[in-house]
Design a protein around this ligand. Structure first.
Ligand code: UDP
Length: 338
């Protein structure tokens, strides 16, 4: 499991161990976190190797014989993947090559975590797997979008050549516990802003849409895709087809938290896709899979998790936008458990 200490990777480690697998977790801890896997540290079916998939794999992995290789190693939020774009692109290209070769040596199945970003700012809506996308190949998102497209190309080259049984999941916006509060994504931003009484930042006019999938649903889709006997015709979209504007998401979070944060506008990032919604017809047919968690339930679980991550106190704090003069504020910031 590459990227096993990340948001999705750590949930996948949990699910695989629950199924009785022995998991070898590889992570560079660039965006992955120890705390996501610390509960597995003493599990005899869990081993951790700290390494960067851009580098040749450590000898423990070179010699390992594995049944399945999951590649979830890559920074995935725009601020994180743009912080070192060269490294992001190399993670996708070199990292995928190293892991495909490991799968080839082991005769293992390979599952590549790809992304809805391969569709760019799509002209086809909803996005079906045969849509080839509208990606700006030289813009600030290109390191991730083009990196993931190259990783898909490599996986299918290995598959066509009969070298590896490769599967590619195109993952749409996913949220849930273990997201990083600082990863700059809309769900983590809005939830932490609502919980701490800060202004909610809407980029652009907030009318751009996304479709948000709860992490447990996504993990069950990944497991089914890795296990299904019938070879998919190509990549498989995994996501929740319920589409909404970013402003609507913010309103839902405000309603659940009871927060009185204000909505404020910020500039729309360059190349920010206007609409995004998966067509999951293929996943429904092939995997008998579709998301089960309503947004309300997923958001409640996510908000509860973020609230637990913070140390809270009720403080008297008169604030300009708070006529009662009382509100819940974060006093000590996020616990530094990393
Ligand atoms: N967004 C926003 N406020 C934020 C963070 C993001 O309005 O504080 C917008 C962002 O511009 C995009 C959408 O929310 O249109 C989803 O952004 P995110 O970074 O979560 O994912 P991605 O753009 O990769 O789908």
């Amino acid at each position: 499991m590459a990227g096993g200490a990340g948001f999705l990777g750590s949930h996948l480690c949990d699910a695989l161990i629950a199924e009785g697998a022995h998991v070898l977790c590889l992570d560079s801890f660039l965006t992955g976190r120890q705390r996501n896997i610390q509960h597995l540290a003493r599990d005899p079916r869990f081993d951790l190797v700290e390494a960067d998939v851009c580098d040749p794999l450590p000898t423990t992995l070179e010699r390992a014989r594995v049944d399945a290789v999951f590649n979830l190693a890559c920074a995935a939020s725009p601020p994180h993947y743009q912080a070192d774009p060269e490294h992001t692109l190399m993670t996708c290209v070199l990292g995928t090559r190293h892991l495909l070769r490991l799968a080839e040596r082991s005769g293992a199945r390979f599952l590549q975590a790809s992304t809805s970003e391969v569709y760019g700012d799509p002209e086809m809506h909803p996005q079906r797997e045969d849509y080839r996308g509208c990606v700006n190949p030289t813009g600030p998102r290109a390191c991730y979008d083009e990196g993931k497209r190259a990783a898909e190309a490599l996986a299918f080259d290995f598959l066509r050549a009969g070298r590896v049984e490769a599967r590619v999941a195109r993952i749409f916006n996913t949220y849930g516990p273990r997201m990083r509060a600082d990863d700059g994504r809309v769900v983590s931003n809005v939830v932490t802003q609502a919980l701490t009484g800060q202004d909610i930042t809407l980029y652009g006019d907030g009318r751009q849409t996304r479709s948000f999938c709860y992490v447990d649903d996504l993990i069950s889709g990944l497991l089914r895709l890795a296990a299904v006997e019938q070879r998919p015709p190509g990549p498989v979209n995994l996501g929740n087809p319920v589409e909404m504007t970013v402003a609507e998401l913010a309103r839902r979070v405000l309603a659940i938290t009871g927060s009185r944060s204000n909505l404020v506008r910020r500039p729309l990032p360059v190349d920010d896709p206007q609409r995004r919604r998966p067509d999951i017809g293929l996943a429904r047919r092939l995997l008998a899979w579709e998301p089960q968690t309503p947004l309300e339930n997923g958001l409640k679980a996510t908000i509860a998790w973020f609230a637990d991550e913070c140390r809270w106190a009720e403080l008297e704090r008169p604030a300009a936008n708070d006529d009662a003069g009382q509100r819940r504020v974060l006093v000590t910031g996020l616990r530094a458990r990393d």
